[in-house]
Design a protein around this ligand. Structure first.
Ligand SMILES: [Zn+2]
Length: 139
């Protein structure tokens, strides 16, 4: 055991240092955990919905291609499938945010390196880019 190792906190790698207390760090951690838990919950419930739709369509639309119910089921399935894919993507984004939090780069824009506005992080805990860069990406 080497007890002489001193743990240095680098203000450069920690965007929350200086301006933010450890209470705020805790609230970020709490927020990310809550975001992760609710996303997992959403994925589980959408998966159940998706499976239920697939199951019911297997039971009802076997013998009639022109069943108007069939297109409704297909639409519902596509809709839930889209939501499910979105929730899974979001989970990946949350995990990436957790990684950034652990390595001290949380709250720093991945593209331009500027600090992301606190209000933006509060609204979107998993966001990895500042508002300016997000607008650039989307356009
Ligand atoms: Zn940026």
């Amino acid at each position: 055991m080497t007890a002489t190792r001193v743990r240095l906190t680098s203000p450069v790698n920690d965007p929350l240092a200086g301006s933010a207390s450890s209470d705020e760090q805790n609230s970020v951690r709490h927020r990310l955990n809550a975001e992760r838990a609710s996303t997992l919950h959403r994925i589980a419930s959408l998966t159940r919905q998706f499976d239920a739709i697939v199951e019911s369509s297997a039971l009802t639309t076997n013998d009639d291609e022109h069943d108007p119910e069939g297109s409704t089921v297909a639409f519902e399935r596509a809709q839930v499938g889209t939501l499910l894919a979105g929730a899974k993507r979001h989970l990946i984004a949350v995990d990436q945010a957790v990684t950034r939090f652990l390595n001290g780069s949380y709250g720093v824009c991945e593209r331009c390196g500027q600090a992301i506005a606190q209000e933006r992080l509060a609204a979107l805990p998993a966001v990895g880019t500042c508002i300016g860069c997000t607008t650039h990406v989307r356009r």
